[in-house]
Design a protein around this ligand. Structure first.
Ligand code: THG
Length: 298
């Protein structure tokens, strides 16, 4: 059976060129169109990212939720650091049981404010492994944070089956070690929180890399995460190759990268096309070759 990953489509975003200005000016058309496009592309969930929205979040989030719900039934993933906006958004979500709160981090004030909102809504929750001191430094810090979050969520009546842990993908420009520690945590997750799911914002890995090269990193990184059973991923649903990987339609590439992760390298002279792209990109992401923007040409 082919491995599959549920796609959380990321493009309805306050930073996006099409969706950002539409959201700020409350113009429904572009948001409606993108919701339909991302659904047609195979998004299992639609991420609605309004950013910090300090001024008008409690009004903007419900507006985006209702705009999208008017045109598609796709489950929603509400994405904001504004806890009041999150609560206001969930007030109007129709299918709360299928929806996702993105996210609750391991910061006490966010846990205090948002856990009751999630428990009341009965929604799924992304548990973001970002603590009071920021980014975790290794897999042990991720493990400690995930236990804190799991216990607090379970105490509020939210079972592991409703939790998606996000170990936070780190940019390749920060080094392959950081990527490895996120993967190491993914390997530990089934023992730490049995029954839980997981997610990663794939494009974090290619943050700061030239635009035309980013998709190669995001695709191979997804395949690496699939080895440890990642259940969902935050993706650009307009990338057809990436969606094909999510849908279990590139098992040959999955087999190639997973074999390399087990230490079984193919002879690169036998590879062509997307196989050689994934081969080279895996070498960069695993730290076997030093990362530079010419990694595909090596
Ligand atoms: N984990 C969790 N949630 C997250 C992230 C994460 N939410 C936000 C982010 N990371 C994932 N969402 C996006 C959305 C868009 C882009 C990247 C990540 C993006 N957009 C285009 C760009 O910058 O090139 C803009 C496209 C446009 O102009 O329209 O890359 O890690 N839990």
């Amino acid at each position: 059976m082919a491995l599959t990953v549920k796609a959380i489509a990321e493009s309805i975003n306050i930073m996006g060129t099409r969706s950002g200005s539409a959201m700020k000016d409350r113009i429904k058309g572009p948001v409606e169109e993108m919701a339909k496009e991302e659904t047609a592309a195979g998004g299992t969930y639609l991420d609605l990212n309004i950013g910090p929205a300090r001024k008008d979040g409690t009004e903007l989030m419900p507006w985006v939720v209702e705009t999208v719900q008017d045109v598609v039934d796709t489950p929603l993933c509400l994405d904001s650091t504004n806890t009041d906006a999150m609560a206001a958004g969930f007030q109007v979500v129709k299918n709360k049981d299928a929806a996702i709160m993105n996210s609750i981090s391991a910061q006490p004030e966010r846990m205090e404010k948002l856990i009751p909102v999630a428990a009341e809504a009965g929604c799924n929750v992304i548990a973001l492994l970002w603590g009071p001191d920021g980014m975790p430094r290794d897999s042990n810090e991720r493990a400690a944070m995930s236990v804190d979050l799991m216990m607090a969520l379970n105490d509020a009546g939210i079972p592991n089956e409703k939790i998606l842990f996000d170990p936070i993908g780190t940019p390749i420009t920060l080094g392959a070690d950081q990527i490895a520690s996120g993967l190491e945590f993914m390997m530990m997750l089934a023992d730490i929180a049995p029954g839980s799911g997981s997610t990663v914002g794939l494009s974090n890995v290619s943050n700061g890399v030239a635009e035309h090269l980013r998709k190669y990193l995001d695709r191979t990184y997804l395949i690496m995460l699939m080895k440890y059973g990642i259940s969902t991923a935050i993706v650009n649903s307009y990338d057809k190759e990436l969606m094909a990987i999510c849908n279990g339609e590139r098992q040959d590439l999955v087999d190639l990268v997973h074999a390399m992760m087990d230490g079984n390298d193919p002879d690169p002279s036998t590879l062509a096309g997307s196989a050689i792209e994934h081969y080279k990109t895996y070498k960069a992401l695993s730290g076997a070759t030093i990362f530079s923007e010419s990694w595909l040409e090596l």
